[in-house]
Write a protein of this length. Structure first.
Ligand code: FES
Length: 454
């Protein structure tokens, strides 16, 4: 009954404060959210060549994400089939085989067992342990979109494209500015003593915190237009598995608006070839440019265009970030820099600099945000937090009618609901989705046996 009340409160936009630091809820999240959602683990450009690998986690489960000799992307559960040692202990590298450090079983990078020391003496050869057909456990579900690799712990997960839904329209702005897609640098990784949901909610559409939390960044003139005006005209939208914030651009045509945020004409030309008519209309006709966004449950994006150096020039950058839960009060942040693979080298270098200045472990925005999130998480652990319902109803009146109605189809050509001004529609949608998952039964998955009696 307790949990039912919590979820009912969440659904009316009144958030029980303890959900940001509650062990029982975290256990439920592990069982019901992260056991079924599609979770981002990396990008194909990180494992471009056969044998390239990176090791990534979904909660406690470690996976070797690799490109095998046939060029196929695979995710192997990083646990030896013999006595469970971690097969790969490096974070990144290139290998045709992985040899277990414990007793020396070895696996090809497509996962198949090749070497089993003393196979004949110890097992009686193939009669006792048949190597053929044995491989490291594959991730239950694996799929990619625009080179972004997601995995799901649910063997019967719905197709990734269905999970991403209409948010694919917006995802393209970050990940498909040319036919070559993006390349990544990083990730930088660090741990913060904060609940994982806070970052996801913030990036989903918290325009409201910028003038307060990021005052110093605004004051030093990192952005070239009047802040207040920009924020007032911004739009938040909710679409499919994601939600985000766009900024209203000044008057101008498509080319002028893209150049305004700092894209050189050659990149603008490629975007015009790459984006659909509606994707171009959102920028050119409606005048909106995507900024921060989140994909449920724990993946976020930021696209911004700060000043770099003394001049008036701004440089856009894109960052992909993941809020990897460690516990109810700790999160590992993975922060990648992303850039169009076809961008000029000079642009890539300056865009990277803009990213480092704002986000990443030393970024100014990052520092400001994390201080709030740690403090919030600490306070949510106490007994008083169990008596407090946080008001997350910005943008709706008492009868749930919106303060500002959504933009009509002529004013906004993207899918989903878009509205201007401040609101917490996106944060509510994210937590509603979370509440829906918490009510679902745990995912059932079969036990897999290896090389022995089934
Ligand atoms: Fe890997 Fe024994 S645990 S070879």
């Amino acid at each position: 009954a307790d949990q039912t009340t919590v979820l009912a409160d969440v659904r009316r936009g009144m958030i029980p404060a303890h959900v940001y630091n509650d062990r029982e809820i975290f256990e439920l999240e592990k069982e019901r959210v992260f056991s079924r959602a599609w979770v981002f683990v990396g990008h194909e450009s990180e494992i471009a060549q056969p044998g390239d690998y990176v090791v990534r986690r979904v909660l406690e489960d470690s996976f070797i994400l690799t490109r095998d000799e046939q060029g196929e992307v695979r995710a192997h559960f990083n646990m030896c089939l013999h006595r469970g040692m971690q097969v790969c202990r490096a974070e990144v590298g290139n290998a045709s085989h992985f040899r277990c450090p414990y007793h020396g079983w070895s696996y090809r990078n497509d996962g198949r067992i090749v070497g089993l020391p003393f196979h004949k003496d110890a097992y009686g050869g193939e009669a006792g342990f048949q190597r053929k057909g044995q491989r490291l456990l594959p991730a239950p579900s694996l799929a990619t979109y625009n080179g972004m690799i997601f995995l799901s712990m649910d063997p019967d997960a719905p197709p990734l494209e269905e999970f991403l839904g209409d948010f694919r329209f917006y995802l393209d702005y970050y990940t498909k500015q040319s036919a070559s897609g993006i390349e990544l640098r990083g990730p930088q990784r660090w741990r913060v003593k904060a609940n994982w949901k806070i970052g996801a909610e913030n990036f989903a559409g918290d325009m409201y915190h910028t003038p307060q939390t990021h005052t110093s960044v605004v004051e030093i003139g990192l952005f070239r237009e009047p802040k207040a005006e920009k924020r007032k005209d911004g739009a938040t939208y909710w679409a499919g598995a994601g939600g985000g914030t766009t900024y209203k651009l000044p008057d101008g045509d498509l080319d002028e608006r893209l150049r305004y945020v700092g894209y050189p004409q050659e990149m603008v030309d490629r975007m015009k070839e790459q984006f659909t008519d509606d994707q171009l209309k959102v920028i050119g006709d409606d005048g909106f440019m995507i900024s921060a966004a989140s994909i449920y449950p724990n993946l976020s994006f930021v696209h911004n265009w700060p000043r770099v150096g003394e001049s008036d020039d701004v440089l856009p950058f894109i960052s992909i970030r993941q809020w990897q839960p460690i516990s109810e009060d700790e999160t590992e942040v993975l922060s990648w820099f992303a850039v169009d693979a076809e961008a000029p080298e000079e642009f890539k270098a300056l865009s990277y600099k803009a990213y480092l200045m704002c986000f990443g472990s030393t970024g100014m925005f990052e520092q400001d945000d994390v201080e709030n999130w740690v403090s919030l998480t600490n306070t949510a652990a106490g007994s008083m937090a169990r008596r407090l319902l946080l008001n997350s109803r910005m943008g709706i009146l008492e009868d749930d009618e919106p303060v500002v109605p959504p933009l009509g189809p002529d004013a906004f050509h993207g899918p989903g609901e878009a509205r201007t001004g401040y609101s917490e529609h996106n944060q509510r949608a994210l937590l509603n989705r979370w509440a829906d998952d918490l009510e679902k039964p745990p995912v059932q998955a079969a036990t897999l046996t290896v090389g022995g009696p089934g």
